[in-house]
Design a protein around this ligand. Structure first.
Ligand code: NZQ
Ligand code: ZN
Length: 387
């Protein structure tokens, strides 16, 4: 049974080939100074930077450059960006890139005018912003995180060896987001498949919880099937528009505040993956894939009905044998697909060594919405099985 909820997603989406042409019209709603936020330079190579700058100039905006946002953005970089935003009294933070760039823009949005330590306030104490928040908008170039239409912002603190996400409210979510699937054609294959697995896992995190039959389960199963089908097409031809557009929209819906309405969610794979990320600085989707199967095999006995349903509805496993046998066949099908994608299948290949396990386990937040609240010993066991 769905619990009560209030639903409101304020992000306006422009989707499709040429969607960037809507930028000019949107920019009219904001003041003169725009902080142009981007990553390590991919947008300068593929022409997206020039197109965005042309739109900003056409609208008479003053551009304050803020490039060099790294994958897994850091606390130091957020402080740098917040100082830029304050100094220039920017009116809009325009993130042009993937999840890292968009997450970083949200962190800058709530930190520029924050009194005190933004890390402690938002990422340790999970407080809501009480200061002025700068509007954020997004031009997405890499599919996976859903950051383009949600309030999530994940920041890495290398000193403390912690990678933590805060889900901010609607005032921090992008005001508008531009999704042109052709912008993703140049994403390297390793990043593309990591993003595909990330999106798929966002759905798993919201699916593997609860015992009820509700509308969300059906939405999840449809989205998962669509991602699997499109993933094969995109691997074969990175410029397959149908596949790229399906992946882009499915990934947005995978984490745009819809699927978790009125139901419990898990998110333990993400907590494990983020802790691995804090120690390795590895690609987010790979940190998830590397721990997923040991985790799901561990919790399967506590949620066997749902894992059985996953096997039958998502992977079309024949309904022969015990519930547990069918459920395990579903995880075998998931494993097969992950290997076809080419995502990381263990944490050793991401640079984790046995001596890191205790620290990673310590950095793993324990969630209580899934099928099993993990003990520290169980976390250590899952990480050891992931090696
Ligand atoms: O930095 P540049 O040069 O732009 O290159 C990037 C980067 O190296 C490259 N790239 C992006 N678009 C490209 C491209 N290369 C060629 N052509 C393009 N069109 O891809 C690399 C990875 O980019 P990044 O933004 O780091 O990837 P992703 O979108 O996977 O974002 C990962 C971050 O998002 C967080 C993750 O933890 C991680 O820090 N997440 C955010 C979430 C949210 N906001 O809700 C939820 C997720 O679970 C996730 O935790
Ligand atoms: Zn994720």
């Amino acid at each position: 049974m769905l619990g009560n909820f209030e639903y409101h997603n304020p992000t306006k989406v422009y989707f499709g080939k040429g969607a960037l042409e809507n930028l000019n019209e949107e920019l009219k709603n904001y003041g003169k100074t725009v902080q142009l936020i981007y990553g390590g330079g991919s947008i300068k190579k593929n022409g997206i930077y020039d197109a965005v700058v042309a739109a900003l100039h056409a609208c008479g905006k003053e551009i304050v450059e803020d490039g060099g946002v790294m994958p897994n953005p850091t606390t130091e970089k957020v402080l740098e960006g917040a100082a830029i935003a304050r100094e220039h009294a920017v009116d809009l933070l325009l993130a042009v890139g993937g999840g890292s760039v968009c997450d970083y823009a949200k962190a800058v949005s709530v930190s520029a005018y924050c009194d005190g330590d933004f890390w402690q306030k938002y990422y340790v104490d999970f407080e809501d912003p009480t200061c002025k928040v700068i509007p954020v908008a997004c031009v997405l170039t890499m599919v996976g995180t859903g950051s383009e239409m949600n309030g999530g912002s994940v920041i890495t603190n290398h000193k403390e060896k912690r990678k933590i996400g805060h889900v901010f409210g609607s005032d921090v979510m992008p005001k508008f987001t531009i999704l042109d699937p052709t912008f993703t054609y140049t994403v390297p294959k390793r990043q593309m498949v990591a993003g595909i697995y990330d999106a798929f896992n966002h759905i798993c995190e919201q699916y593997f919880s609860g015992e009820d039959d509700n509308v969300t389960d059906y939405l999840c199963e449809g989205l998962m099937r669509s991602i699997v089908v499109s993933s094969y097409k995109a691997i074969e031809d990175p410029c397959d528009y149908e596949a790229r557009s399906n992946l882009m929209w499915a990934a947005t819906w995978a984490l745009n505040t819809l699927l978790d309405m009125g139901k419990e969610t898990d998110w333990e794979v993400h907590m494990l993956g983020q802790a691995v990320g804090a120690y390795t600085d590895e690609t987010h989707g790979m940190t998830l894939s590397a721990v997923s199967l040991p985790y799901y095999r561990h919790i399967l006995p506590y949620g066997v009905k749902k894992f059985r349903r996953f096997a039958v509805e998502v992977w079309k496993v024949e309904e022969k044998g015990s519930d547990e046998e069918i459920a395990l066949k579903g995880l075998a099908a998931l494993e097969h697909w992950m290997k076809d994608l080419g995502v990381a299948m263990n944490i050793s290949e991401l640079g984790v060594t046995p001596d890191m396990i205790e620290g990673i386990a310590e950095a793993t937040r324990v969630m209580d919405g899934g099928y099993k609240v993990l003990t520290h010993a169980e976390i250590v066991k899952i990480l050891q099985e992931s090696l």
